[in-house]
Design a protein around this ligand. Structure first.
Ligand code: NI
Length: 260
């Protein structure tokens, strides 16, 4: 059994006290690889360094929409420089967040930064990991135009079945996280049942979005197993089959080594 936590943020303060124990717990839960994502230039630097020192950790570098600022050529060059390491395998976490950002000018700046990083990912021929919160309309229109030649995953997918169907048609993967296990999750499990297994990735978004029974506590990569077990049962599939295929999906998208 091999699982991959395809989306985490374990480079920060939340794990300052017990990062190595947390990684041991991940291994005990059969998590063999973790993809950590930067969300600012600072955390991308930390994330790239963590991937160098921890064999099981790979990383994406990028600027999250909540970190909105005017990106420069120097930022692009720095992001590209990090990707020279074989442990830096994606551009992310990038995207749009209209839940936290209500200001129209800053939303426009988010779109500019997002499009700029999509373009960088194409130049570098790397997959992207996308954050989309309450920005589904603009997200789809960008992915159909500027982003039509990108590949990657919509992390923690929160859209409708119609949106999922469009994304599948465009070749995207969809990320499934802890909230799928919550009692009030109704729409998401219905969508999950309809997704082709070949296009699902499982992720934690640690330290956020803990699955049940850890809801409200700090999340960690070991718990991707809880979410994966839940997702397999919702779909009526054997956990082993679900784990095998979603791990294969992650390795294909991110060109991860299969030998651990
Ligand atoms: Ni995230």
């Amino acid at each position: 059994m091999e699982l991959i936590d395809t989306h985490a943020h374990i480079d920060g303060e939340a794990y300052a006290e017990d990062r190595s124990e947390m990684l041991v717990r991940a291994k005990q839960a059969d998590v063999v690889q973790i993809i950590n994502f930067g969300d600012s230039m600072e955390s991308s630097a930390r994330s790239a360094a963590l991937a160098e020192s921890e064999p099981m950790v790979f990383t994406g570098v990028g600027v999250h929409p909540e970190e909105v600022f005017k990106m420069t050529d120097a930022d692009d060059e720095q992001l590209a420089a990090w990707t020279k390491s074989p442990k830096v395998i994606a551009i992310g976490e990038i995207g749009l967040d209209y839940y936290w950002e209500k200001d129209q000018e800053k939303r426009a700046l988010q779109r500019e930064m997002f499009i700029r990083q999509l373009s960088l990912a194409r130049e570098l021929d790397l997959p992207v990991c996308i954050h989309d919160r309450e920005a589904h309309g603009d997200m789809m229109s960008i992915l159909k135009t500027e982003g039509r030649k990108n590949r990657g995953v919509i992390h923690c997918f929160s859209g409708s079945w119609e949106m999922a169907a469009e994304l599948l048609k465009l070749g995207w993967y969809l990320g499934i996280d802890g909230p799928i296990t919550y009692k009030n999750a109704v729409k998401a499990p219905e969508i999950l049942r309809k997704l082709p297994l070949e296009r699902i990735l499982v992720e934690t978004d640690s330290p956020y979005l803990s699955p049940q029974p850890y809801r409200g506590k700090r999340n960690e990569p070991a718990y991707v197993r809880t979410t994966a077990e839940f997702a397999a049962s919702v779909r009526g599939e054997a956990f082993e089959e679900f784990a095998l295929q979603t791990t294969k999906n992650a390795r294909e998208l991110y060109s991860l080594p299969s030998k651990v």
